[in-house]
Write a protein that binds this ligand. Structure first.
Ligand code: TYC
Length: 102
C-alpha cells in the first residue's frame, strides 16, 4: 500500500435516500352519478384514456370501489379533492378517497 492510501472504514452507512410512500386514490360507487360523468372526471383529473376510465368506472360500479392510481400524498389528496368537487359542482355525490399503500 502506498503511504498516501486512505483506508475506507469497514462499516457501511445506509444511504439516506428513500422513496416517498405512495397513496392510492380510490373511486367510490354511488347510485346517482351518471356513468358518463364519472368517465369524464377520470379522464380530466387522472389523465386516463377512454377505455381505462370506462374500466375503472365499471369496476367501482360493480364492486363498490376501485383503485385508480398511486401518487405521492400531496398529489393523491389534491386529485381526490378535485374529483369530488367536480361531482359536487354538478350536483352529484361522486366521491374519491385516499389510502396509504403498504
Ligand atoms: N353507479 C352509477 C350509476 O349506475 C355509476 C357510477 C360508477 C357512479 C362508479 C360512481 O364511482 C362510481 N349511474
Amino acid at each position: 500500500m502506498s503511504p498516501t492510501t486512505v483506508k475506507k472504514r469497514a462499516t457501511k452507512t445506509k444511504p439516506q435516500v428513500e422513496r416517498p410512500p405512495l397513496w392510492k386514490v380510490i373511486l367510490i360507487n354511488d347510485d346517482f352519478t351518471p356513468r358518463e360523468f364519472v368517465v369524464q372526471v377520470l379522464k380530466a383529473v387522472f389523465r386516463l384514456n377512454e377505455s381505462q376510465s370506462y374500466a375503472v368506472m365499471m369496476t367501482a360500479h360493480r364492486k363498490g370501489a376501485c383503485v385508480i392510481a398511486v401518487y405521492t400524498r400531496d398529489v393523491a389528496e389534491t386529485k381526490a379533492k378535485e374529483g369530488t368537487e367536480l361531482g359536487k359542482a354538478n350536483g352529484f355525490p361522486l366521491y374519491f378517497t385516499t389510502e396509504k399503500e403498504e
